[in-house]
Design a protein around this ligand. Structure first.
Ligand code: SF4
Length: 144
């Protein structure tokens, strides 16, 4: 699952409001990056992440399935019901990529907002795996 800067900012704001930006979450995000080799050195030459699969740090973190409310989930997660009783594995988190591309075309204003956030926060990515996106923003916000 990849996040745009806008989705990452919305998720960070939610986590901040819920007092969830704590050392436990940071460790979980860092461990995910490390376990699944999501570090920037594994970026390809076009500075986009290879389509690696990874266990989302939120999956089964505090509760079974995904704890994020629907209104804050990344768009790519909305088609996925992580609380379905037959789903036990993180591999069931997936995106309908074609639908995502179609949705993005319908909302060109988001491209403008993403670019503004990229510039303001000095981000070098357009889309990033969830843990990387959150850690990068977390770091930038702490050092702002
Ligand atoms: S649906 Fe899956 S990938 Fe999306 S935020 Fe929840 S646990 Fe993570």
């Amino acid at each position: 699952m990849m996040l745009t800067p806008l989705e990452a900012m919305e998720l960070m704001t939610y986590l901040q409001d819920k007092n969830l930006l704590n050392p436990e979450l940071k460790t979980k995000l860092q461990k995910t990056v490390s376990d699944y080799r999501l570090e920037p050195k594994y970026l390809n030459a076009r500075r986009s992440y290879l389509r690696k699969t990874y266990t989302c740090p939120f999956f089964n973190f505090k509760e079974l399935g995904c704890p994020l409310p629907r209104e804050i989930k990344p768009y790519g997660c909305l088609a996925f019901d992580s609380h379905h009783p037959t789903l036990k594995a993180d591999s069931n988190c997936y995106s309908e990529r074609d639908l995502l591309i179609e949705r993005e075309k319908l909302h060109p204003e988001e491209a403008v907002l993403n670019e503004e956030i990229r510039k303001k926060m000095n981000l070098d990515w357009e889309k990033s795996p969830i843990p990387n996106a959150l850690l990068d923003l977390w770091d930038k916000l702490e050092n702002a």
